[in-house]
Design a protein around this ligand. Structure first.
Ligand code: TXA
Ligand code: MG
Length: 348
């Protein structure tokens, strides 16, 4: 199949909507990351998503709608869900609610709940409105790779597997949506994202963050969200996080970098803009501005993809505090690093 990357003109959006109605996949820009969309109520179309990504069938999908009214046929919407949606939707928030029977099992991986999101990107909203369909869409990457934040990333992973990718520019947030479940007693964040726990507390009296957000699942522990079982966002080489006081982190990163080169390996340091000058003469990539975490979330996946493409053997990354948006950034970075961390303050 030939894959077209189209500027999101009204004509292209009509063509993409027709492809969805016809049971084809479409690459969709959103404010978080690009999605790989299919008509959510068309089982055969949804199966194409799993095939194209190489995604395990036990990992459920998010259903995208243009408004909360459009979600009414799909799930039971509580007052809490309505309050969250009123404050944060459209936006980078996915709400897990009890599902209604119309949603195919293939979408929810047989769970009794369904994940619903109203994306804030004008092209995604225009496509949802034009098609009139609920659209199931995971991130449009090959399973295990960093999520795509440009149409070119989607093309790289999915060329030949879908007819149309709509090019809506770089995804603003750059990390996938916050996933919150309302299925238990206390609203619980299963995956941190652009809507932080601090922000959720503006609407909810209490919010829990799943323990596994910043550590690997323990043996025998059940994942609240199936997606948390899988290795994610990983570049091909070995990424290690280096934490501690800035001067110690820089010293350890430089030592590790030099040792890697001496060992005949290729290496790269991932550093904040504020510290780039400390690594003069070394292969270093900016992961954004420490003082402005939004710049970090915006470019993190593009950097991980670049390193994957380059085939760099060893990568050493600076880290930031897991607070606010930093929680989502550290969640993704930790998974990309397989939780490998060196404490530079202990290396004296
Ligand atoms: O920002 C986003 O959320 C992007 C864009 C395209 O909207 N989508 C996305 O989808 O990241 P995906 O499939 O890559 O991640 C969905 C996550 C997975 O970890 C999945 O396990 C979880 O949400 N999930 C989906 N339905 C669930 C459910 N009913 N219960 C628990 N977790 C669920
Ligand atoms: Mg994904």
């Amino acid at each position: 199949m030939e894959t077209k990357v189209l500027k999101p003109t009204p004509e292209a959006i009509r063509e993409a909507a027709a492809a969805l109605r016809f049971g084809e996949l479409v690459g969709i820009p959103t404010e978080t990351v690009y999605g790989l969309g299919a008509h959510a109520l068309d089982e055969a179309a949804v199966r194409k998503i799993f095939a194209a990504k190489g995604r395990p069938a036990d990992n459920p999908l998010i259903v995208h709608v243009a408004s909360l009214e459009d979600a009414e046929p799909l799930c039971h919407i509580s007052d809490t869900a309505r309050a969250l949606a009123a404050r944060f939707c459209p936006g980078p928030l996915t709400i897990i609610m009890p599902r209604k029977p119309v949603v195919p099992d293939v979408v929810t991986a047989n769970l009794e709940t369904v994940a619903v999101r109203i994306p804030a990107h004008p092209v995604a909203l225009a496509l949802l409105r034009e098609s009139g369909l609920p659209v199931a869409a995971p991130s449009a990457n090959t399973s295990g790779k960093p999520s795509p934040t440009t149409a070119q990333h989607v093309y790289h992973d999915m060329n030949g597997k879908l007819p149309i990718i709509l090019d809506g520019g770089e995804s603003q947030v750059g990390l996938e949506s916050t996933v919150i479940t309302l299925a238990g007693d206390i609203p619980t964040v299963l995956r941190p994202g652009g809507i932080t726990p601090e922000m959720l507390l503006e609407v909810l009296p209490e919010v829990r963050v799943a323990d596994s957000v910043l550590r690997p699942l323990q043996a025998g522990e059940k994942a609240l969200s199936p997606g948390m079982m899988y290795q994610h966002y990983a570049p091909g080489g070995l990424l290690t996080m280096v934490k501690g006081k800035a001067e110690n982190v820089q010293r350890v990163c430089k030592d590790l970098y030099r040792a890697a080169l001496a060992d005949g390996k290729t290496a790269c340091i991932l550093a904040f803009d504020e510290h780039l000058s400390a690594y003069e003469g070394m292969d270093v990539l900016s992961i954004g501005c420490l003082a402005d975490p939004e710049t970090v979330s915006h470019k993190l996946f593009a950097v991980l993809r670049e390193l994957d493409e380059a085939g760099t053997d060893l990568m050493f990354s600076e880290v930031l505090p897991a607070e606010g948006l930093g929680l989502a950034i550290m969640n993704r970075l930790s998974r990309a690093a397989g939780f490998r961390t060196i404490d530079a303050d202990q290396e004296d």
